[in-house]
Ligand binder design. Sequence first.
Ligand code: FE2
Ligand code: FE2
Length: 479
Amino acid sequence: MAKTTGNKPTAGGSLSDQKSEIRSMLPSVLGCTILLLLGIVLGMCKYPVVIPVVLFFLGLHLWFFGKAKVRLFINLGFLIAILIFGVDVINSYPHVTPLYIPVASFTMLTMLLFNDLQLVFMMSFIASTIASLMTGSPISFMLTFFLSGLTGAYAVRGARTRGRLITAGIYVGLIQVLCALLLNPVVTPATFELVIKPLLINGFICFFIVVSTLKIFETIFGEVTNFTLLELADASSQPLLKRMITEAPGTYHHSLIVSNLSEAAAEAIGANSLLARVGAYYHDIGKMVTPEYFTENQLVSGNKHDDLEPSMSRLVILNHVKEGIELARKHRLNQKIVDFIPQHHGTGLIFYFYQRALEEANGQGVEEENYRYPGPRPQSRETAIVMLADSVEGATRSLQEHSSSKIDDVVRKVINNRFIDGQLDECNLTLREIELISSTFSRVLTVMYHGRVRYPEKKTNGHHNKKSPDENSHPPASS
Ligand SMILES: [Fe+2]
Ligand SMILES: [Fe+2]
């Protein structure tokens, strides 16, 4: 945060202020210019020039809701441009009824790509209004496509199978027919042929358009849908997960537990549970580069860090984030998955090695900042959940006793430490959601460890392995 000195701004400061002001105005100027050009083009093509005004209010609405991101404007504008082009093409064939225009497919795509009900509502209104204005159709046309657009979007919400998309297409067709019947209850063979049949077929056209173009839009827009997330979760086909199973089995097992915890917590607070689960699978892929330096992969061999200076251990631990990002980029993982790699540690402290460095240097010349991860801190609810699940998993794994109350104590202490450290400051989690996440973690972990404590091992002459430091390196829950 910039310090307020109360001094007059310097000449350099006012210049940079002006520059940043111009920069912040640039998207608005660019948007208005595009809308003006669109109005001119539509006017030249004899289409209603009110369309750019409608789009202007769409932009204004997004602005007021704090969603005014240039990329989102471009993506939605691209979809609307395709709609305008498609309607223009259909208009050039006078014998084709506009009832075949797959307006609902645009709202279905918006829902699958952005998973945002507000955007869907706006897109449904905009798409049906534009199609109605450009084809010179009555208000009933606009109303029918507005309602079918909403129906299609609600039907594909959270879809993970193609079956859901087919069902959505059928719903779209049926709602359109229902609207047509409510607007004109008298059905003759002519109205069946000219209205009912095209509206039913329209639902199937919507389904085909969504299925055939979803992957293309996903790639162009850089978004990740549930279908891609499911592909990424398949360990038998994803090279990174396959490699982790053989090269860092302990890390793979740790990632599975973190993913289970994250999925349950995300579901509890209504976040994207599939994104949280898949993000957790990939959050520690960087450990595959030097797996033997991480607790979960150290079996009977000694702790590799015993022979290293704390400053060297710090480098190895920090490196798993850097290596992870590089591996993810190399395998072209979506940015939304890559985000989990740096954000699951945020700017957290590598506590264990920081303490060791302090002890060895008698508290002299050891900068805390050097023992912190580079960040950024979690920017979404899903990355924050994975951060907390990761910390909680490490802390409960090292417990001697896994009773329900002990687990609950540790979970609360670990989450509280993260909260006090400011790691949850940028992720929009509310206190109520943090409480829900905490109770979900306790419940899942209690059930998970319940089976283990019921089967005590036979006493042998074996020895306990020396505890290795955990890469999470939060303050030990018991301290
Ligand atoms: Fe990690
Ligand atoms: Fe982890």
